[in-house]
Design a protein around this ligand. Structure first.
Ligand SMILES: CC(=O)N[C@H]1[C@@H](OP(=O)(O)O)O[C@H](CO)[C@@H](O)[C@@H]1O
Ligand SMILES: [Mg+2]
Length: 594
C-alpha cells in the first residue's frame, strides 16, 4: 500500500503539463473554459479533482471535455457529480486552487492536504470510476488524454472512455450507472425512443384526427448533437426529423453562424437555412447539445426569424405538466378522488424575459429566480416535487422528486387495475413518460426537442399558437470588456450590484427613465466580459438603456483599456509559447501512448 501511495505521489509531482505562465483559471459558470491550446494543465488537474471526488463519494464521477457554444478553438472541462448534476460548489475553491498551483510540489501539497481534510483514502485501498466524454472539438482528443493522466495519477481511480458524446449523455450515463441502471449510449437512445413512443400513443384521438404538422428541421451547430440525432431519429415514429449542420464531412465549422447561441443572440436564420424553410418548424442545438431554441423563418426575402426561446419552451412544459396534474387530481372522471400532492415550481434567472415571468405568474404558478448557471437552477428546482427550470438561452429540464415518482408509480398501478384507459390513468402515464424522456441529470437538447414535439402533438398546437402565448418585451444584451470583471459583485440573484459603489445607483437612474424598464449587469462566468441586460417597452428603449448602462460600466470599471490591450498582448505571447510547448508534450505523449 505504501508503495502504491508513493507511486501516486511520484506521478503527481512529475506532472507532464506545466501551468501556462501568467494565466489564471477559474471554475466558472460551467467548469473551466479557455483556448483549447492552453488547457492541458487545467484538464490534467481537473482529472485529479474528479478522481478524488470519486474516491470521496465511492461512486462514479463524470468528466466532460467541451466548451459548448464557444468558438471551435476554445475548449473546457466540467465535472459531473454522482447524481449526474454539476460538481458540488463546495469543491470549486479546491478545483481553482489545484488549477492554479504554480508548480508540481504545490500541486502535490494541495492534494495531500485536501485528501487529509476530506478523509479521502490515497493509496489504492478504495477504487473509483470516472466516465470520460468529449465533444467534437479537435483539441478534445489530446485534452481527454490529459484528463486520463490526471485521473490515473490517483491510485485506485480508473477511467471509462465513453468517446464522443453530448454533454447531457455523459451526465445521464453517470447518473444511470450510479443508480444501477443500464448506462450505455444505446440504452440512452432506447429510453428516449420508448418514452417518446409512449407519449405519442397517448395523443388524444380528436387531436390526432385533426392532424398536426410533424416536420422538424434541426440545426446541429456542426457539433455532436446533429450526428447523435441522425441515429436517434431512426428509432422514432410520428415525427419527421431533417438534420442540417450536423458537422459531418466537414460540412461547416462548429457554432459558426449556426447553433442555439447564435440564433438566440443574433435572432437570424442559421447558415444552411433559407427561403425554402419559410413556415416550417425549425430548431437549433448548441455545440454540445444541451441547449435548444425553436424558430420559424419569417420570409424568403430576409434572414429574420420568429424565435421561441427557453422561456417559451419552459412555458409549454409548465402548461402541459400543470394540465396533467390537474387531470390526475380531478374528481369528475371516475369519482375516485385521491389527491396526489405535487408542489410544482418554476425556476428562471434574471435573463428570463419579463413577459414570460408575468405569464407564468398569471397562470398561478410559483416562479422563483436564481443566479445564472445550471448549477443554481438545478439545485433550486430539485426542492420541488416537480421543478421546471430553464435559462432564456434554453439550458433546462424538468426534475421529478423520487418521492413524487414513487407515489405516481403506485397511483398509476392502482389506476391500471381500477380504471385502465381513463383520463386519470392517461395523465399518470404521460407524467411517468415525461420523467423518463426528459433528462433528470441536466438540460438535454435531444430529449427536450422530443418532449416539445410530443406536447405540441398532444395539445394539437401549431408553432404559431405556441409562439403567440405571450409577446416578449424587447430586450438587448451587451458585452463590455473591462480590465477586471471580478470587481463587480452582485446580490439578489444578480439583479443588484453591490460593488463597485455608484454602479447600482447609475443603473437605477437610467432605468427610471423608461416605462417598464429593467436592467442588470453581471460579470460573465465563461467569457472575459461584463454582461449588460436591458428590457423596455420598445426595442429603441431597450437598446438605449443597455447602451447608457454599458457606458457607466466602462466609466466605473474601465479606463483600463490600455491595461487590457497590454494584457491581451502578453496573453497572446503566452498562447504562442504554450502552443509550442504543447506540440512538444503531444509528441512526447504520443510516444508514451505507443
Ligand atoms: C447570458 C448567458 O447566455 N449566459 C450563459 C453563459 O454564462 P455567463 O456566465 O453569462 O457567461 O454560459 C453559461 C454556460 O454555458 C450559461 O449557463 C449561461 O446562460
Ligand atoms: Mg452547451
Amino acid at each position: 500500500m505504501a508503495d502504491e501511495k508513493q507511486r501516486s505521489l511520484r506521478l503527481l509531482s512529475a506532472s507532464p503539463f506545466p501551468l501556462p505562465h501568467g494565466l489564471r483559471f477559474s471554475y466558472g459558470t460551467a467548469g473551466f473554459r479557455s483556448d483549447g491550446a492552453i488547457l492541458s494543465s487545467t484538464v490534467f488537474r481537473a482529472g485529479i479533482v474528479a478522481a478524488l471526488r470519486a474516491l470521496k463519494r465511492g461512486s462514479a464521477i463524470g468528466v466532460m471535455i467541451t466548451a459548448s457554444h464557444n468558438p471551435v478553438a476554445d475548449n473546457g472541462v466540467k465535472i459531473a457529480d454522482p447524481d449526474g448534476g454539476m460538481m458540488t460548489q463546495t469543491w470549486e475553491p479546491f478545483a481553482d486552487a489545484l488549477a492554479n498551483a504554480p508548480d508540481p510540489q504545490t500541486l502535490l501539497q494541495l492534494v495531500l492536504e485536501f485528501a487529509k481534510d476530506e478523509n479521502i483514502p490515497l493509496g489504492g485501498a478504495q477504487s473509483a470510476e470516472i466516465l470520460l466524454g468529449r465533444d467534437t472539438r479537435p483539441s478534445g482528443e489530446f485534452l481527454l488524454e490529459a484528463a486520463k493522466q490526471g485521473i490515473t495519477a490517483i491510485i485506485g481511480a480508473a477511467t471509462i472512455d465513453m468517446g464522443i458524446v453530448t454533454t447531457p449523455q455523459l451526465h445521464w450515463m453517470v447518473r444511470s450507472r450510479n443508480n444501477g441502471l443500464k448506462a450505455s449510449e444505446s440504452d440512452y437512445f432506447a429510453q428516449l425512443a420508448d418514452s417518446f413512443r409512449c407519449l405519442m400513443d397517448l395523443v388524444p384521438n380528436e387531436v390526432e384526427k385533426k392532424g398536426v404538422d410533424t416536420k422538424l428541421i434541426v440545426d446541429g451547430a456542426n457539433g455532436v448533437g446533429g450526428a447523435k440525432l441522425e441515429v436517434l431519429k431512426e428509432m422514432l415514429m410520428g415525427v419527421e426529423i431533417h438534420t442540417r449542420n450536423s458537422g459531418k464531412d466537414g460540412e461547416g465549422i462548429l457554432n459558426e453562424k449556426c447553433g442555439a447561441d447564435y440564433v438566440q443572440k443574433e435572432k437570424v436564420v442559421p447558415c444552411g437555412f433559407g427561403s425554402d424553410d419559410v413556415g416550417v418548424r425549425c430548431t437549433s442545438l448548441d455545440g454540445d447539445a444541451d441547449r435548444l431554441v425553436y424558430f420559424h423563418v419569417l420570409s424568403a426575402s430576409n434572414d429574420r426569424i420568429d424565435l421561441v426561446d427557453g422561456d417559451k419552451i419552459l412555458s409549454l412544459f409548465a402548461i402541459f405538466i400543470k394540465e396533467q396534474l390537474k387531470i390526475l387530481n380531478d374528481e369528475k372522471d371516475d369519482g375516485l378522488k385521491k389527491e396526489l400532492p405535487a408542489r410544482l415550481g418554476i425556476v428562471q434567472t434574471a435573463y428570463a424575459n419579463g413577459a414570460s415571468t408575468d405569464y407564468l405568474k398569471q397562470m398561478g404558478l410559483e416562479v422563483v429566480s436564481t443566479p445564472t448557471g445550471v448549477k443554481y437552477l438545478h439545485k433550486k428546482a430539485s426542492e420541488y416535487d416537480v421543478g421546471i427550470y430553464f435559462e432564456a438561452n434554453r439550458h433546462g429540464t424538468i426534475l421529478f422528486s423520487e418521492n413524487f415518482i414513487s407515489l405516481l408509480e403506485s397511483r398509476n398501478n392502482e389506476l391500471a387495475s381500477t380504471s385502465s384507459g381513463s383520463e386519470h390513468h392517461k395523465a399518470a402515464q404521460r407524467l411517468l413518460a415525461v420523467s423518463q424522456l426528459i433528462n433528470q441529470a441536466v438540460g438535454d437538447a435531444l430529449s427536450g426537442l422530443l418532449l416539445v414535439e410530443a406536447i405540441l402533438q398532444s395539445m394539437g398546437w401549431s408553432f404559431k399558437k405556441w409562439s403567440e402565448l405571450y409577446h416578449d418585451l424587447p430586450s438587448r444584451q451587451l458585452k463590455v470588456k473591462v480590465a477586471d470583471r471580478s470587481a463587480i459583485i452582485t446580490a439578489n440573484a444578480e439583479t443588484q450590484v453591490v460593488k463597485p459603489s455608484g454602479l447600482q445607483e447609475a443603473i437605477d437612474m437610467e432605468t427610471a427613465k423608461y416605462t417598464r424598464g429593467r436592467c442588470f449587469v453581471r460579470p460573465s462566468g465563461t467569457e472575459d466580459v461584463v454582461r449588460v441586460y436591458a428590457e423596455g417597452t420598445t426595442q429603441e428603449a431597450a437598446d438605449s438603456l443597455a447602451k447608457s448602462v454599458a457606458e457607466h460600466v466602462t466609466r466605473l470599471l474601465g479606463g483600463w483599456e490600455q491595461a487590457h490591450r497590454k494584457k491581451e498582448r502578453s496573453t497572446s505571447k503566452i498562447l504562442t509559447s504554450t502552443r509550442k510547448t504543447l506540440c512538444g508534450s503531444m509528441n512526447k505523449m504520443e510516444m508514451l501512448l505507443i
